[in-house]
Write a protein that binds this ligand. Structure first.
Ligand SMILES: Nc1nc2c(c(=O)[nH]1)N[C@H]1C(S)=C(S)[C@@H](COP(=O)(O)O)O[C@H]1N2
Ligand SMILES: [Mo]
Length: 432
């Protein structure tokens, strides 16, 4: 054990020796732009933007109805972090398209602002001495979680959009827990810094406090280089970067003609012509669907209420056919415009086993062997919605193999994963 006196003496020696050469020296960071105004502007933009991305991210998780059944839950060890979960509604039918499009597009668009904010506070990371007091040490630790958490959450999200699930480990738990760590540090940071940021922005961009003053917050250079761009110019440049990203990503969520503008779209910009010419998440070949699985031997087994019925495709075709105009919206942020689906209402299928009026939750299983999205449990409100179909056709044509031939689920307002393709079994009753 070191006596406190010796510890203090050592700390004094470090302080009086001054920082080592390099980024910890006050004169090292010389941009005249750095200061509380610039940091405050980027900070306030991020406050609004990240709040929106976080809330839409929470909604994205809720939309899976994870509490309904273990197989719906990509983060089963969430514990109390799922405190806010609720039954995802089926209206408006474009709900998930909006929330998830916002989540992913805004996440991408905020990247330049995030980088600019980091750049604006870089001198503070090299503050000398590195630890001055217990309180300050705690604050620095929270900054580590803030910066690390932001980097991790944004990186996992963007990799998932761009690489289409080609991911080390499962994307969901990484992004989910990363986001909670990040947001906890973010809330602390906002609590400490919000009033300062608001004051700095109110003071105006021409007000630059003297280096070393309290308001300068270690950001203002004592020896600024001559400016090459104004502070307003720097903000405009970052804004232009964000707008450029918006222009090359938003198209994949807007869909239709705009898809051509989505230069960053992960699935290509042209899904091909014809009635089945809209985005495909996974092709039949890529998930190992064999021709025999969906050929003439294909059957649909419907179970529930103590009964079981086995149907051929022709029997399904002979049932009353209903139409629904619905989009597909994926967790990755892409979505299609409304497609004209037709097929058998899930309530009509429930009627085959005597559950037509108030069907319970429904376990949907694909012929696909394994894979996270080969089965799902749908909530009662999804099953009961008259727009929910076991679709056999789209835009006037038979489903293509890649879009789920011979039958797939299509639901209003739901995330893409609920629209199971190549369905072979529908099990009404207690979710499992
Ligand atoms: N059997 C099965 N169904 C599935 C999937 C899958 O991988 N296997 N992917 C789901 C996901 S994540 C999405 S976004 C939609 C995409 O449907 P589409 O490929 O017809 O556009 O299908 C869903 N249905
Ligand atoms: Mo998806």
């Amino acid at each position: 054990m070191w006596p406190a006196g010796r510890l203090r003496a050592a700390a004094d020696r470090v302080r009086s020796a001054g920082p080592p050469p390099g980024p910890a020296r006050p004169g090292f960071w010389r941009s005249p732009l750095r200061g509380p105004w610039l940091t405050g502007v980027f900070g306030l933009v991020l406050l609004v933007g990240i709040t929106l991305v976080f809330v839409t991210g929470l909604l994205s998780y809720a939309s899976y109805n994870p509490d309904l059944a273990p197989r719906n839950d990509p983060t089963p060890d969430k514990g109390w972090l799922g405190f806010y979960l609720f039954t995802w509604p089926t209206s408006p039918y474009w709900l998930y398209r909006l929330t998830q499009g916002t989540h992913t597009v805004l996440g991408v668009v905020l990247v330049p602002v995030l980088l600019a904010k980091l750049w604006s506070v870089i001198p503070r990371f090299f503050a000398w001495p590195p630890v001055r007091s217990a309180g300050q040490a705690l604050e620095r630790l929270s900054l580590l979680l803030l910066v690390g958490g932001a980097g991790f959450t944004f990186a996992t999200g963007i990799l998932n959009i761009q690489l289409d699930y080609v991911f080390p480990g499962s994307f969901y738990p990484l992004h989910f827990y990363g986001a909670w760590v990040f947001i906890a540090a973010f809330v602390l940071h906002v609590a400490f810094r919000l009033s300062r940021a608001v004051r700095a922005v109110r003071a105006g961009r021409d007000f630059q406090p003297a280096s070393g003053s309290d308001e300068a917050a270690g950001l203002v250079s004592p020896d600024p280089a001559p400016p090459t761009i104004s502070r307003r110019g720097a903000v405009a440049m970052v804004g232009a970067g964000s707008l450029a990203l918006l222009a090359v990503t938003a198209g994949q969520s807007i869909g239709g003609w705009w898809r051509r503008t989505a230069l960053l779209a992960p699935h290509g910009r042209d899904p091909g012509p014809g009635p089945n010419g809209f985005q495909i998440n996974k092709t039949a070949a890529s998930v190992g669907i064999r021709p025999g699985d969906i050929g003439p031997a294909w059957r649909l087994t419907v179970r529930g209420g103590g009964r079981q019925v086995v149907l051929t495709l022709d029997m399904l075709r002979a049932m009353p056919q209903s139409g629904s105009a619905l989009p597909i919206a994926c967790v990755e942020g892409w979505s299609t415009s409304d497609q004209q689906w037709s097929g058998v209402r899930l309530t009509d299928i429930a009627g085959l086993v005597g559950l037509g009026t108030r069907p319970p939750p429904l376990l949907v299983e694909s012929v696909q062997r394994g894979g996270a999205f080969s089965s799902v449990v749908l909530a009662a409100n999804q099953v009961r919605d008259r727009r929910s179909l076991l679709a056999l056709r789209v835009n006037g044509a038979e489903l293509s193999h890649d879009h789920g031939y011979p039958a797939r689920v299509i639901l209003p307002a739901a995330p893409g994963v609920h629209n199971t393709k190549w369905v072979t079994r529908l099990d009404f009753g207690e979710p499992s």
